[in-house]
Design a protein around this ligand. Structure first.
Ligand SMILES: [Fe+2]
Ligand SMILES: [Fe+2]
Length: 368
């Protein structure tokens, strides 16, 4: 904070004097330069407007009656311009000009100086207004500094969250047979569907980053079940179903919106529209929308990929299964969004077909 104060006050103050009378220009320039200020002079209103738009002054001393634009017009421009409105303005006028004074007050003038100029008064007014300006500049730079600091911290926090997401997704992936690109494709499908359904950019990004953790609970499922090539028996199936609640437990209790979203997705991505899913048998819109979006993205990718218990199905077979599941397994609205987005989905499917492992990291790196 001390640094900011020093920076603000160490600057030599710049004053603009605007008057068409040469004798007044010379008087003001002499008096103010002697005080250590950097003084510029404009001989009429038009020149003054040009100078104020091109320079940063700390104070303006302004005459009223001038050729071209008059002092009130210049004042109006200064007080009506965002960048200039906090620059203090002193109007020089004869005591009798009551109407002019009222007009200037309405326009936001900061001080008056009577003509003929009293140099003692001039010095005192200038000093006072410059210290007000300095205080204002100090507050403005402090506000900028705080904002920059908050922005930086917010960015760092966000980076840390995304890092957590990536690592958790990766941990789950190590346990599973699901080959590398499954969670990448599935999370992009989720984002495509979210956008198609009219969700905000923020929500689209949220589902993109939260959905890779949908199966993080599989960390708790024993290998002999998780990697079993054949069908699971009823007891094994009960354990397998638990990956939803285990995932939610791993992700619960966070103040981060991203992890909270990931928790919701982990818990509800196996619920079905008709209430026959797990773990709670929720139905219809009781199932959070993100869960409904992930359900179809996850199933489509699982159907069209090879797994220990099945070969990869052709897209047509997957489309038939999804159509069959409309209003049963899947939210009809999301199924419609899926088919409306087919071109994009198939593009992602071929672009991120199975390859060597480090796809996801590259993908996230590219987005940073
Ligand atoms: Fe799952
Ligand atoms: Fe999955």
């Amino acid at each position: 904070m001390a640094t900011v104060v020093r920076e603000v006050s160490a600057k030599r103050k710049r004053i603009l004097v605007v008057d068409d009378e040469e004798s007044i220009q010379q008087l003001l320039q002499a008096v103010l330069s002697k005080e250590g200020y950097e003084v510029s002079v404009a001989g009429d209103g038009d020149e003054a407007l040009k100078l104020v738009d091109q320079n940063a002054y700390d104070l303006i001393v302004l005459d009223i009656v001038m050729p071209g634009k008059n002092g009130l017009e210049v004042l109006k421009h200064i007080k009506g311009t965002e960048r200039l409105k906090f620059v203090p303005v002193i109007i020089m006028t004869a005591l009798m000009d009551r109407d002019v004074r009222y007009h200037a007050l309405d326009l936001g003038v900061d001080e008056f100086l009577n003509k003929p100029i009293d140099i003692y008064e001039l010095r005192a007014r200038v000093r006072t207004l410059l210290s007000v300006k300095e205080y204002h500049d100090f507050l403005a730079s402090l506000a900028d500094m705080l904002k920059a600091e908050v922005d930086k911290k917010t960015k760092e926090l966000r980076e840390a969250q995304l890092e957590t997401v990536r690592r958790l997704g990766r941990a789950a992936e190590f346990r599973d047979d699901e080959t590398g690109n499954h969670i990448l494709r599935m999370s992009i499908y989720c984002a495509i569907l979210a956008r198609r359904l009219g969700l905000s950019d923020e929500e689209v990004e949220m589902i993109l980053y939260a959905s890779p953790m949908h199966d993080v609970g599989k960390i708790g499922v024993p290998d002999k079940i998780l990697l079993k090539p054949g069908k699971l028996d009823p007891d094994e199936w009960e354990i397998m179903k638990k990956h939803t609640v285990w995932g939610a437990e791993i992700l619960s209790g966070s103040k981060s919106q991203l992890l909270e979203t990931a928790r919701t997705i982990a818990l509800t991505h196996h619920e079905k529209w008709d209430g026959s899913g797990y773990p709670y048998g929720l139905s219809g819109e009781e199932i959070p929308l993100f869960g409904r979006i992930c359900a179809i993205s996850d199933v489509f990718d699982a159907l069209t990929s090879e797994r220990v218990y099945k070969p990869a199905y052709p897209n047509e077979k997957a489309f038939a299964i999804i159509t069959e599941g409309r209003g049963k397994h899947f939210d009809p609205k999301v199924v419609d969004a899926f088919f409306a987005s087919l071109d994009e989905i198939l593009e992602v499917q071929s672009k991120h077909a199975e390859t060597a492992k480090p796809w996801l990291w590259q993908f996230y790196e590219d987005r940073r």
